[in-house]
Structures are given as structure tokens and as C-alpha cells.
Design a protein around this ligand. Structure first.
Ligand code: 5GP
Ligand code: ZN
Length: 113
């Protein structure tokens, strides 16, 4: 755990969040500033800064599977949803603990801004 990392502190329960799903190595919780009717974040419990430094493909697979479970549980699997991994400054990453966004519940535009 990185002491000052917001998402490490959420994963450990030190900072509260609305946890909606969990797996052995990952946690899913509601985004505090939702951009769609369904907006959750999926993070690994262990600290990894971004996709640039993630070396464990199995961990990313587990994040993706939990994201799909969140979409199913939220009832948007059939209507459609989006998995987003903002990476680095130009990618729009603001929290440097790797995470994926699960967005759905409305039509999502493409390309993104
Ligand atoms: P990024 O911009 O790094 O891809 O996404 C970070 C996300 O974390 C943002 O969508 C932001 O709303 C969310 N976020 C930031 N601080 C908190 C927090 O304290 N709690 C929760 N649940 N989400 C947060
Ligand atoms: Zn962290």
C-alpha cells in the first residue's frame, strides 16, 4: 500500500466509498463524481501506478471481469457500457493508482473529448 494513495486508502477501508463488488484482488466502487447513470471504478487492492507500469496481465483480466460483473449487476450489460482506463496526463488520469471506469446507462459519444 502506498500511504498517501487515495485508492489504496479506499481499498483498505480507511476512506469510505460505496463498494459494489469485490473479487480476490480487486474492488469496485461508485465514482464520487458520476459522468453517467452507471459510473463505477474497479481497482486492484495492490498499488500499481497506471497501465504503464502494470505487468500482471492476470490482474488486468480480473479487473475486466469484475467490471463486466458490475455492468451486469447494474443492468446495462445488454444496453451497452464502456470500459475506460485513462492513462497519464494526456489520457486524463487524475488518480495514479491504476483503475478502470465502468460507464453506462446512457448513449456514450465517440470519439471522446
Ligand atoms: P481518472 O481521472 O484518474 O481516470 O479517474 C479518477 C476518478 O476517481 C474520477 O472519476 C473521480 O471522480 C474519482 N474519484 C476521485 N476521488 C474520489 C473519491 O474520494 N471517492 C470516489 N468514490 N471516487 C473518487
Ligand atoms: Zn494506490
Amino acid at each position: 500500500m502506498a500511504d498517501q494513495c487515495l485508492f489504496c486508502r479506499i481499498a483498505s477501508g480507511e476512506i469510505p466509498a460505496t463498494i459494489i463488488a469485490q473479487s480476490a484482488r480487486c474492488v469496485a466502487f461508485r465514482d464520487i463524481n458520476p459522468q453517467a447513470p452507471v459510473h463505477a471504478l474497479v481497482i486492484p487492492r495492490e498499488h500499481v501506478t497506471s497501465l504503464n507500469t502494470l505487468t500482471d496481465g492476470g490482474l488486468f483480466g480480473e479487473m475486466s471481469l469484475l467490471a463486466a460483473q458490475v455492468a451486469k449487476d447494474a443492468g446495462v450489460a445488454e444496453s451497452g457500457w464502456r470500459l475506460v482506463a485513462n492513462t497519464g496526463h494526456d489520457g486524463g488520469q487524475s488518480v495514479f493508482h491504476v483503475h478502470v471506469h465502468v460507464l453506462g446507462g446512457r448513449p456514450l459519444r465517440w470519439p471522446p473529448g
